[in-house]
Design a protein around this ligand. Structure first.
Ligand SMILES: NC(=O)c1ccc[n+]([C@@H]2O[C@H](COP(=O)([O-])OP(=O)(O)OC[C@H]3O[C@@H](n4cnc5c(N)ncnc54)[C@H](O)[C@@H]3O)[C@@H](O)[C@H]2O)c1
Length: 437
């Protein structure tokens, strides 16, 4: 990768476009609005709260990340999005039932001003939802062009200097890449022909990349991880990353698994199940959407534990993941893990986790960080897959032939070293206690 020089400063206004204004999207927007008024803290956001050590341990230099690299300020963010329900962000946040009334009412006017633009939606890709705020064009190329027009209008109306997009929409059904995904020309022909293999998220991503807008995928389905989209990203010099925000149960998994592996403790089985009752849970109740999620959730242990290197410890591991839609819990998911491990001489032990988490509270800061870092990547002219942002994803996209790095701590080192490298600081490639910072 070419080293960025003279990265332009993050001056002016940055538009953050969200395909999907549901629980995660509105919790993100509301959190940014509350934080910039000083009414709440942006906890969980590395760009807002994180520091970065520079030089030797004895140098005592650990600036905040946002003082080390030039990132857009919360005050400079302008929010927009699409949804198949004709709501504004205040109504959508109320439906999501994540944030308290007192929080939402403090920013009611700003939230109400953010109205969902009509969506690109094909019901066969999200079987459990139907909404009326949907674009009327039937040809997929026309739909893509309509999204491009939305983006240009949004930029112009809000006098924006730059934009980024983060998919916060529902998880689409599982699909493998097909012929239309093999090259940009095949994909654009597929759009003209309204190929059934092209999903709504791919239409949004195509429109964003055409406009040179960085695109992060917060869901596990197939979008920018195809040859066609990567060709377009290269052509328009646009960064992409994904997929599937790393929150909740998988976050716990990628915290614990590196520890077991570091101590050469074996694992016989890892059973994960959870209950959640939000709209995301309802969508994932459909087996085809769940399949996208399952593939993304199952992949993480394999690359962390590397059973091919340690067959005696992990060669025989049984890994099972379940998601159960249970409306009474809303966004307040409960996730249980039972881990059957074994130690010295093969003696068995068990670890049990009961994580009472709040899905969107964990995901919202990730949307903020991704928006700001993707904007940085674009200004630094770093196009294509941004592997240094793997930290945020369950199933990081990698260049063909590479396996993803899923260990959260390795991902953190990678991300901070990228920031050091961009700013001509010495890389820190250590072990020991600095490993975590
Ligand atoms: N919350 C988490 O911890 C977490 C973690 C990883 C991934 N995710 C993913 O993030 C996404 C958002 O999660 P959520 O809890 O906000 O879900 P949600 O159901 O509350 O919101 C998704 C919204 O997307 C809209 N939508 C669906 N298809 C659309 C389209 N084609 N165009 C525009 N809007 C569309 C839906 O109407 C809905 O309002 C999901 O895909 C979820 O799997 C969430």
């Amino acid at each position: 990768m070419k080293k960025p020089v003279n990265i332009p400063k993050a001056e002016g206004r940055l538009g953050v476009l969200l395909p999907g204004m549901g629980a995660v999207g509105t919790t993100f927007i509301a959190g940014c609005l509350l934080a910039r008024k000083g009414l709440a803290e942006p906890i969980g956001s590395v760009t807002q709260m994180g520091t970065i050590r520079l030089g030797k341990r004895t140098d005592g230099r650990s600036p905040k990340i946002q003082d080390f690299v030039s990132l857009a300020k919360l005050d400079d963010l302008v929010f927009g999005g699409w949804d198949l329900f004709p709501v504004n962000a205040y109504e959508a946040a109320q439906t999501a039932e994540v944030l308290k009334r007192e929080h939402l009412d403090a920013i009611k006017d700003e939230l109400e001003a953010i109205r969902a633009m009509p969506a690109v939606f094909f019901p066969e890709f999200v079987k459990r939802l139907r909404g009326e705020n949907v674009k009327t064009q039937t040809n997929k190329m026309e739909l893509g062009e309509a999204v491009r027009e939305d983006i240009r209008n949004f930029k112009q109306t809000n006098k924006l200097d730059r934009c980024v997009a983060v998919w916060c929409g529902s998880t689409e059904v599982y699909r493998e890449p097909s012929d239309v995904h093999q090259s940009l020309s095949a994909f654009e022909q597929g759009l003209r022909d309204s190929s059934p293999d092209i999903s709504p998220s791919q239409v949004y991503a195509w429109a964003c990349l055409k406009e040179g807008i960085p695109y992060a995928n917060g869901a596990p389905h197939l979008t920018t991880d195809t040859a066609a989209m990567l060709e377009l990203a290269r052509e328009t010099r646009t960064p992409v990353c994904g997929k599937d925000f790393k929150t909740g149960q998988t976050l716990m998994k990628t915290l614990l698994a590196p520890g077991f592996r570091a101590r050469m403790l074996g694992i016989r089985g890892w059973f994960s199940t959870n209950i959640l009752g939000n709209r995301d849970g309802e969508v994932l109740d459909d087996p085809d959407s769940f399949k996208s999620k399952e593939v993304s959730k199952l992949g993480v242990l394999e690359t962390i534990l590397q059973p091919e290197l340690h067959p005696k410890l992990y060669g025989d591991m049984y890994h099972k993941v379940r998601i159960n839609y249970y409306p009474p819990r809303g966004d307040q998911k409960e996730g249980w893990d039972n881990i059957d491990i074994f130690g010295w001489l093969g003696y068995p032990m068990q670890v049990k986790i009961d994580f009472l988490c709040r899905d969107s509270i964990l995901a919202a800061p990730l949307v903020l960080d991704l928006a700001l870092f993707m904007d940085l990547a674009k200004r630094a002219e770093m196009s294509g897959i941004q592997e240094w942002l793997s930290f945020y994803f369950k199933a990081p996209i990698t260049a063909p032939g590479l396996y993803p790095e899923n260990d959260l701590f390795v991902q953190l080192v990678k991300m901070k070293n990228m920031l050091r490298w961009m700013n001509d600081e010495e890389l820190i490639t250590h072990l020991g206690h600095e490993y975590y910072d």
